[in-house]
Design a protein around this ligand. Sequence first.
Ligand code: ADP
Ligand code: ZN
Ligand code: ZN
Length: 816
Amino acid sequence: MPYFIDVIVPIPLQKLFTYSITPAESHFLKTGMRVAVPFGKSKIYTGIVAQIHTNPPTAYEAKEIHQILDEGPLVNEKQLQLWQWIAHYYMCTVGDVMRAALPNAFLLESETIITKNTKTIDESMLEDDEFLVYEALQHQPSLKIHDIANILDKKNVLPVIKRLIEKGVISVEEEVYEKYKPKLVRYVKLHARFSSQTALQKLLEDLSRAPKQHQVILTLFSVSATTKKPVRVSDLSKDSDASVSIIKSLIDKGILEEYFIQTDRVQYSGDDNEDSKNLNDYQKKALTEIKESFKEQSVVLLHGVTSSGKTEVYVKLIEDALNKGQQVLYLLPEIALTAQLITRLQNYFGEQVSVFHSKYSSYERVEVWNNVLNNSAKAQIVLGARSSIFLPFDHLGLIIVDEEHEQSFKQFDPAPRYHARDTAIVLAQMHQAKTLLGSATPSLESYFNAKQNKYGFVEITKRFNDVLMPDIELVDIKEKQKKKLMKGHFSDRLLEEMAQTLRDGHQIILFQNRRGFSPIVECNTCGHAPQCPNCDVSLTYHQYRDQLRCHYCGYAEMMPKNCAACGSPELDSKGFGTEQIEQEVKVLFPDYKVARMDLDTTRGKYGYEKIITALEQQEIDILVGTQMLTKGLDFRNVKLVGIMNADNMLNFPDFRAHERSFQLMLQVSGRAGRTEERGKVLIQTYNPLHTILQQVSTNNYIEMFNEQMNDRYNYKYPPVFKQIKITLKHKDYVKVDTASIWYAKSLRNVFGDFVLGPESPPIARIRNQFHKNILVKIPKNQSLSKTKEAIIKINNSFLSIKDFRSVKVILNVDNY
Ligand code: ADP
Ligand code: ZN
Ligand code: ZN
């Protein structure tokens, strides 16, 4: 009997390809194993076996496979099931999912570039063909797979390459990420014995015959008097003109005390594990409620204010799961995956924690994959960003999605356009595992689901140690401008608070949303920003037509000459960024160290880590940054947070702008005063009466939720309606315009008024491609899968129209 396999290849094909195999191969092969298969005229791909059967394809003659690449499955049944779910739910191909799911090193294909690893290896370990490749790489920096085929004079070289990767000899080309180890900075202070005036006097007398040491103490005294910041050994040495060994002798005598800044970032030493902390009453109550809730619900939302100790609650749940022999996945947004948190978990769980991070090298990612696949002790807890949902878990017991409101859990480009939180919930269900969503500012959809009893719901309303929530003050900059109390973008109130904070030796974070660059029209006199009459969004200025337009309903008007609210002719398209703020601060506070954290300054290899370390070690007094600052960082000495302009977030043309502004502002505020002293937050705005700002200043999540949900009902937005965005792209505007009108019309025949558009996005042309968007809104009582079927049908007819064939169509389910 002839045998066949259906193979998933990592390219967007609607159907799986069928290949023929020998009976012997059919006995050996299992689903989830890799095979090298020929494709097209001369290409070779790595594919995954999805099915083994005896039905020949009807439309074509099945080709033979090249080679079997694995001894056992690399991908398990549950993963294949998850891939299918993602492809179906997010309307993409299984090939798209495969490409996102597997580390690159598993996807060898003819164009893959191979490089040598730097580590030295024992050449005697290598077989002859392996040695030939190894030797060739001594003479050239990289090789393509087909070069290797020439060197070895055979076609099927993938098994050799695979063995070389496993032996750590070669890597598949990628940027290699070295782990960043911050250097430890030494600080000194005078021993507490000398804190009184008389004791100090006595000390200086005693040292009168050691002038150098005497000078060191005097210098330390005067430096500490002017700045209240810690004094580094290196600075003290420089300022007192004394060598480090003189300072050392004072330390040895017990006159000076040496110390390092206490942070959570102690490098994990591999020593005995720390015991987890005893929970306080609020945490205990939350833990009990979560466990109770898990008896009935598979998903629970934990709404705990910033710094309430959510992480310690997670730790207890992780301990429980491990005791039951279950695997744990701890999902975080990429940028919140800091050394701080990694070390914190390693201190509890030691070697059982694996980290899966897009910045890790391909080799490290393969290692984590294999550890999870083999259920090795090293990978019982995986701490990872979005893509770690694709790891080969076999018996997950718990998934934690921390900062569940974060937008970066959604992948926007390329396909699969999945949401890692939502996919994690599906993954957990496949394992009959539990999912805990955690946030200080839950997304509306999760809170909505909790209210509908789809999820369990647990709260912690108190910060750990009863640290007070920061004191939030709104500053009316319209008023300040009128009274000429602004210096650049700084109000007198903000400047006062900054000066005081710096005098006290504390640090400051200034937040300026990067999105402020988007062209929003704002009145210089009253701050009014024109709104769409049909939707709850600000209009966007389109220079090329001198129009204001709504991106959601297509409403457009000519750019007005005067402000509709106050009549002033001073209408401006606005936007100021972090860079400008940084410059102003440097002029206003020339004696203090200012740094900036945004996409531009963190692009370098350890840009982000370096800035965080500098802030922790108090080398930075004032940090200016974008929303990067909002992510779960724990800075003990930051006492003041300034939000430069709340309005440009609030006016962002997106139906979630208000929800996201609330989340952003509360998350940044959460950085202030995480220890005993109460932190202060100043929010500058033209509209201090804006309901969102009032809700932020009173930390009133529920009011925000209720009000926003009202709008979502009224304007048919998620989570009340589901939505699918269809984007058409083409370099010819007329073509994409005609095509999108055809597409939208066909959709309207089926869905009527629930279709919006076609509409040009704010940036109508990207990389020479014109875009058009169509939005399909789906009421709760309408079947989602039927809706998708109808869209696919329309899509197929669209693609069969010759004229439209070159138009690219992108389907984005839950595009928000
Ligand atoms: P969240 O994740 O809710 O923002 P964290 O878990 O980071 O809060 O806790 C805030 C701070 O309080 C951390 O420094 C943490 O170490 C400390 N903390 C929380 N719970 C406890 C506890 N039960 N015992 C001791 N320290 C705790
Ligand atoms: Zn005005
Ligand atoms: Zn509108």
